[in-house]
Design a binder for this molecule. Structure first.
Ligand code: LLP
Length: 418
């Protein structure tokens, strides 16, 4: 459920008409609903009520806007971060360092060091050497790093190949068969307290079966590690729960997910950790855009909007579907292709799709753009960086400015030897 709906024939975010945001902030612009973010945060937590003590670390890569993080921090969420930049954002948003999990397959030594200095709660180690370096750095600082070992369970998540992470040929984690040996060696080191394991097999999962298979393997590993004398207190089960992009998508609900987790982990006796991203932010945001032209095409017309692949990359990258709706639908429908102004054929949001009939100057939205939307934007074609707005009831704030092409230009220079 989200808070983008028609009121008196016009799409609103909560109590704010989207046309007002378009008039005052301009388009394209991302619009987020505070009420939806809160609702999703609560529904996810509620789903896990039978899973014992849990730690929720919102995967901030999904939507790292500092205002969004602030809403989630107030809901008791920590953060899953994958870079020094994300760590800085989570801290700036008021998340406690101890509630932050530092993941990522390529954490640099400098990032590990900064994480230790900041007092990050847990490091998710991706390879043996990283664990050894972390132990060394922590020892040099006179502290002990809390860490878990990320394993690769070799499970096919059944999602898009570019967002699948748990097959053995993927770059993530240590092969689960080698985990016990690596765990034993790293546990010998001072400076690191290896207290458990982590797993994350992919994103936008619409089926619980692969997750259950991965968790079952992790359960066996936990038993094996305990039998070898290791104290296992934490297991990080990652993120990945899918959301509805398109009518007919049937993602598992957080309640279904929680019931599966409770069943599979019933005898683990650990603190379970989760890193949800999309399920919290995805349907809490839309990309608001204006139709520039309706251009005749060979079969269907091209609806050319002022948002492009640089603002919302998912269709170009993953052939992803985002529902398109007019802000003031007339009731009429049309067949169309929807494309942006960028000079690439890949800058196409939809082909041969039935949509609300629109004309030049009309406003429209792409739905389910709250996760992996603004954060993946670029300035390709020297377009401005897309702004972000957060709505709360009948008020809103611009929570990220539009960064003008001129501002980006101002950071470039021609060397004086040219
Ligand atoms: N934890 C780890 C270790 C991850 O790699 C990810 C996502 C998450 C948690 C959060 O997953 P979620 O709950 O959001 O599925 N740009 C792509 C998605 C990339 C996901 C990367 N990792 C997209 O637009 O679909």
């Amino acid at each position: 459920m989200d808070h983008f709906a028609l009121v008196d024939g016009e799409l609103h975010c909560e109590a704010v008409p989207l046309s007002r945001i378009a008039a005052e902030v301009g388009t394209p612009v991302y619009v987020y609903s505070t009420a939806t973010l809160r609702r999703h945060a609560r529904v996810f937590r509620e789903g896990l009520k039978d899973a014992g003590g849990v730690h929720l670390a919102y995967a901030i890569k999904a939507n790292p806007n500092i205002a969004v993080l602030n809403v989630l921090a107030r809901e008791g969420y920590g953060a899953d971060v994958v870079s020094g930049g994300e760590m800085a954002r989570a801290l700036a948003a008021g998340m406690a360092a101890k509630d932050i999990v530092f993941s990522g397959v390529g954490k640099t030594r400098a990032e590990l060091s900064r994480g230790l200095q900041a007092g990050i709660g847990q490091f998710n180690i991706e390879l043996e050497e990283e664990g050894a370096v972390l132990a060394q750095l922590a020892t040099a600082q006179g502290i002990t790093a809390q860490a878990v070992l990320r394993v690769n369970p070799d499970v096919d998540a059944g999602t898009h190949a570019k967002i699948s992470t748990g097959k053995r040929e993927n770059k993530f984690g240590v092969p689960i068969g080698e985990a016990a040996g690596i765990f034993a060696r790293l546990s010998e080191l001072s400076g690191i307290n290896l207290r458990g394991v982590a797993v994350h097999i992919g994103s936008q999962l619409l089926d619980l079966a692969p997750l259950e298979a991965a968790y079952a393997r992790v359960g066996e590993l936990v038993a094996e590690l305990r039998a070898a004398g290791h104290a296992i207190s934490h297991v990080d089960l990652g993120g990945g729960l899918g959301v509805t992009y398109r009518a007919g998508d049937m993602p598992p609900t957080p309640a279904d997910f929680g019931a599966m987790v409770a069943r599979v982990t019933a005898d683990w006796n650990v603190t379970l950790m989760f890193e949800p991203g999309r399920v919290i932010a995805g349907n809490a945001g839309v990309l608001l855009t204006e139709v520039i032209w309706v251009k005749p095409g060979v079969s269907n017309p091209y609806v050319i909007v002022d948002a492009a692949m640089n603002d919302l990359a998912r269709p170009a990258l993953y052939d992803a579907w985002h529902d398109f709706e007019a802000v003031r639908p007339s009731g009429k429908r049309m067949m169309a292709n929807i494309a942006g102004p960028v000079c690439e054929t890949g800058d196409t949001f939809a082909r041969d799709r039935e949509i609300d009939a629109v004309r030049s100057g009309d406003l429209a939205i792409f739905r389910t753009a709250g996760a992996y939307g603004a954060t993946m934007a670029s300035t390709y074609n020297s377009r401005p960086l897309v702004p972000e707005v957060l709505v709360d009831g009948d008020r809103y704030a611009v929570v990220a400015d539009r960064i003008a092409a001129e501002t980006i230009l101002a950071a470039e220079r021609v060397p004086d030897w040219l």
